[in-house]
Design a protein around this ligand. Structure first.
Ligand SMILES: CC(C)[C@H](C(=O)O)[C@@H](O)C(=O)O
Ligand code: SF4
Length: 418
């Protein structure tokens, strides 16, 4: 069996599970974001009186944070009331950050846990050795009622990544390259495990990026086997190690599919407007003028990303007629960036900081795009209308490419400014 199958087996009280089977398993942590008031409605529609395990439930206000409309504000008001009534103490109110980053920082997510959120990018948390996936309102309401959920055991794809990365090339370039090769329908309802020497040498901030964008290939979940990097991360955030159980994959386990990726020759990549799997080298798009840059989101708003941007923009200034927004993935990250001086460097360079959270990532507020805007974004999606006008173009790239492009006012390979 694979480690992920062992996690499902243990949580469903079985010795073995098979691909395609439906099992019912205990959920260790369920999260609801501020777009999902429907979870509460469904809970009551299904006869809910009390939440089964309130200590295993979190609410996060991140998509509309602070609320840009009366409706969004009222949704959050109703969610606060529900949490109070049900004894749910894990309420991350406005300004705390994006759900996936907050749960990663909470110390509640780690090896062997089953983590469910009302968000497709929950796959991010597979980087910590958990079985983590996103669901809709009805399934999340079932967890509130019972503490459990049904799962169809996914087949498992192995993407093995080897080779040392060239300067200016990051995990975002790796996952974009993979997406460009395998395409958006490569892993529908499958689990992706990332292995290989490149992954083992990646810091946790980079591993989150690989797992985060697995869902752009349709993945049900993503996974990286826990190792020293994982346990050092958990120790640094004060997680109690005894809460976790590391499962390992049997030596004779055979993957449904396996791909080998050699990144030693990889150069910075970019997804062209309209589809996140229409990928090419940044150097082939150089010179395209831009009007906005977004550095942030649950894909590219961590301390490592802000550090890279600060290194590129230090002592320089964002190009004329370009707006560069920085949305930290959490308040903790923002405060660390403050302490390290990155905020000072970047504000001096003309970067506009936005409340930790989702910001303009899904076109809600805090920097939505006008018709004709051309934006380089470190986020994960660029379909028409994603960040505002359907007549705006969004290039998906790494924080290094985004900062280099903000500096030059056009799509720029970061190696040219490093
Ligand atoms: C929550 C939901 C509206 C959506 C998701 O599930 O991913 C959002 O976070 C996104 O990035 O499009
Ligand atoms: S930052 Fe963007 S991709 Fe991540 S959860 Fe928020 S809206 Fe979704």
């Amino acid at each position: 069996m694979h480690a992920l199958e062992k996690i499902l087996a243990k949580a469903s009280g079985r010795n073995i599970v098979k691909v395609g089977e439906i099992v019912e398993a205990e959920v260790d942590l369920a999260e609801v974001n501020d777009l999902y008031l429907q979870v509460i409605r469904s809970f009551y529609e299904m006869g809910g009186k009390n939440v089964a395990c309130p200590e295993r439930v979190a609410f996060v206000f991140d998509h509309y944070s602070p609320p840009p409309s009366i409706k969004a504000a009222d949704n959050q008001r109703q969610m606060r009331e529900f949490c109070k009534k049900m004894g749910i103490e894990l309420l991350f109110d406005i300004g705390e950050g994006v759900c996936h980053q907050l749960l990663a920082e909470s110390g509640l997510v780690g090896p062997g846990k089953i983590i469910i959120e009302t968000d497709s990018h929950t796959t991010t948390l597979g980087a910590l050795g958990a079985f983590a996936t996103g669901v809709g309102a009805t399934d999340l309401a079932i967890i509130l009622l019972t503490g459990r959920l049904w799962f169809k055991v996914p087949s498992i794809v192995n993407i093995r990544i080897d080779g040392s990365m060239q300067p200016g090339t990051t995990a975002k370039d790796v996952i974009l390259y993979i997406l460009g090769r395998l395409k958006q329908d490569a892993a529908i309802y499958k689990a992706i495990e990332f292995t290989g020497s490149t992954v083992s040498s990646m810091p946790m901030d980079e591993r989150f990026v690989l797992c985060n964008m697995s869902v752009e290939m349709g993945a049900k979940t993503a996974y990286i086997q826990p190792d020293k990097v994982t346990f050092d991360f958990l120790k640094d955030i004060g997680a109690k190690g005894e809460d976790f159980e590391e499962f390992t994959t049997d030596k004779d386990f055979s993957y449904a599919e396996a791909y080998d990726v050699d990144v030693s020759g990889l150069v910075p990549q970019v997804a062209l407007p309209g589809s996140v799997d229409d990928v090419c080298c940044v150097k082939d798009t150089e010179g395209i003028p831009i009007s906005q840059v977004l550095i942030g989101t649950c894909t590219g708003g961590r301390l490592n990303d802000i550090r890279v941007a600060a290194e590129i923009l230090k002592g320089k200034h964002v190009a004329k007629d370009v707006r560069c927004l920085l949305v930290p993935a959490s308040k903790k990250i923002f405060r660390e960036a403050l302490t390290k001086g990155y905020v000072d460097i970047l504000t001096e360079a003309g970067v506009v900081f936005v409340t930790p959270g989702c910001g303009p990532c899904l076109g809600a507020h805090e920097g939505v795009l006008a018709p004709g805007d051309v934006c380089v974004s470190t986020s994960s999606r660029n379909f028409p209308g994603r960040m505002g006008s359907t007549e705006a173009s969004i290039y998906i790239a790494s924080p290094a490419t985004a900062a280099a492009s903000a500096l030059c006012g056009r799509l720029t390979d970061p190696r040219n400014v490093m």
